[in-house]
Design a protein around this ligand. Structure first.
Ligand code: PMP
Length: 432
């Protein structure tokens, strides 16, 4: 079957709402290279949207899956328990920030992890409201898409949304909407959280504030050093819980196991998913033991949550994180990619900003370097040109004008060079 034949079948069988980066069908993948059904190889700077930090089909992950699949595929944790679930919960309790007692519930997607964090926060606090950021992304289920702010394509026509969700209008946007910049702005966007308690919601009815440490879909924005400590302070002042959504930024992407470690802030609840499962379906909500124990028996979980195969894969991923020193790899990769991006920014006027943390890096594309007018058309053309030449790379940002890197952290020098050279060629052609 060719890509074209499969694309025709896809168009007839799968709704258009399920977006695709291109009309390409993968047949196999290894490390940071994906081979399509026609035998063409692609360097993968998307990593399954941040899922393949340990690389495609890491041998230890594949072996763990094989071994587990032959022993116990599914029993439902609510029916027959198994050690893998407990072992993964123990690992996440130990590895997430803070040395207090923690507990973990395992579910199936980033959205579900977020939903569970909200359930726990509400049950534990007895308060209904949740405050999120207007630049945040938390998923596509009803509550998660209520927390997500961006209307197109995530919200238009899907309402009514869940009640008692409030958005801080501007929180670490990549272009300050009132034209300020750090440090001159004195982080007014953090103070907006406090202001929201006057304008939007009674702080005594707020269960939690949920934020991504680095805005992912929102454009790879890294808040200043003082941002999260200040948010933590405001939360503490009003007895509000802090949920940190590490679904995209977690598992070494930013140069630490979890990004929030770099602000030295301990959240009450932390969500992880994506690269945790190394490609299998799993996500987690980890939090203070007394909060996690607030929901009644039977209030948390689901048929597939913490499936034995996914638990085995996630445990293998966490082994690889240690044995291959993925934190250091992410830092080294980030340094290399950032320096290549900064060189490109000197050459091409359409690059308005190079930013990110560790190897969660991005290029913001603009029409005017001074005014920073968003250039989603250039981003689109660039992504298409890269795809034509064998590189898969994704855009993000509220204006769709940010190019981001989520390549496997185990990418080889040869794969990285090849990918960078395709990107450079695309810039030379598109940014003429
Ligand atoms: N939170 C964040 C920060 C994410 O980046 C995503 C996915 N991009 C989600 C939640 C939702 O995850 P999922 O698509 O697995 O539901």
């Amino acid at each position: 079957m060719t890509n074209k034949e499969l694309q025709q079948r896809r168009e007839a069988a799968v709704p258009r709402g399920v977006s695709n980066a291109g009309p390409i069908f993968a047949a196999s993948a290894k490390g940071a290279t994906v081979t399509d059904v026609e035998g063409k190889e692609f360097i993968d700077f998307a990593g399954g949207i941040g899922v393949n930090n340990v690389g495609h089909c890491h041998p230890k992950v594949v072996e763990a899956i094989r071994e587990q699949a032959g022993k116990l595929l599914h029993s439902c944790y609510h029916v027959f328990q198994y050690e893998g679930y407990v072992a993964l919960a123990e690992k996440l309790n130990a590895l997430t920030p803070g040395d207090h007692a923690k507990k973990t519930v395992l579910v199936n997607s980033g959205s579900e992890a977020v939903e569970n964090a909200v359930k726990v926060a509400r049950r534990a606090s007895g308060r209904p409201a949740i405050v999120a950021s207007a630049s945040g992304f938390h998923g596509r289920t009803l509550l998660a898409s209520t927390l997500t702010a961006k209307v197109m394509p995530y919200k238009a026509g899907f309402g009514p949304y869940a009640p008692e969700v409030y958005h801080i209008p501007y929180a670490y946007c990549y272009r300050c909407p009132v034209g300020s910049s750090y440090p001159g702005c004195k982080m007014q966007c953090a103070e907006l959280l406090k202001k929201s308690f006057i304008d939007m919601v009674n702080p005594e009815s707020v269960a939690a504030v949920i934020l991504e440490p680095v805005a992912g879909e929102g454009g790879f924005v890294v808040p200043p050093k003082e941002y999260f400590p200040r948010i933590r302070e405001i939360c503490d002042e009003f007895g509000i819980l802090l949920i940190i959504d590490e679904v995209q930024s977690g598992i070494c992407r930013t140069g630490s196991l979890f990004a929030i470690e770099q602000w030295d802030v301990v959240p009450d609840l932390l969500t992880s998913a994506k690269s945790l499962g190394g490609g299998t379906v799993i996500s987690a909500c980890t939090g203070r033991a007394e909060l996690m124990d607030a929901p009644q028996v039977g209030g948390l979980g689901g048929t597939y949550g913490g499936n034995p195969v996914s638990c085995a894969a996630a445990l293998a991923v966490l082994d690889v994180v240690e044995s291959e020193n993925l934190v250091a790899k992410s830092q080294a990769l980030g340094t290399k990619v950032r320096s290549a991006f900064e060189d490109m920014a000197k050459k091409y006027d359409c690059i308005g900003d190079v930013r990110g943390l560790g190897s969660m890096l991005a290029l913001e594309l603009v029409h005017d370097k001074a005014a920073k007018t968003p250039a989603p058309d250039i981003a689109k053309a660039l992504v298409a040109k890269c795809r034509e030449n064998g590189l898969i790379i994704l855009s993000c940002g509220h204006s769709g004008n940010v190019i981001r890197t989520l390549m496997p952290l185990v990418i080889s020098d040869a794969e990285l060079e090849k990918g960078m050279s395709v990107l450079e060629t695309a810039f030379a052609e598109v940014a003429k």
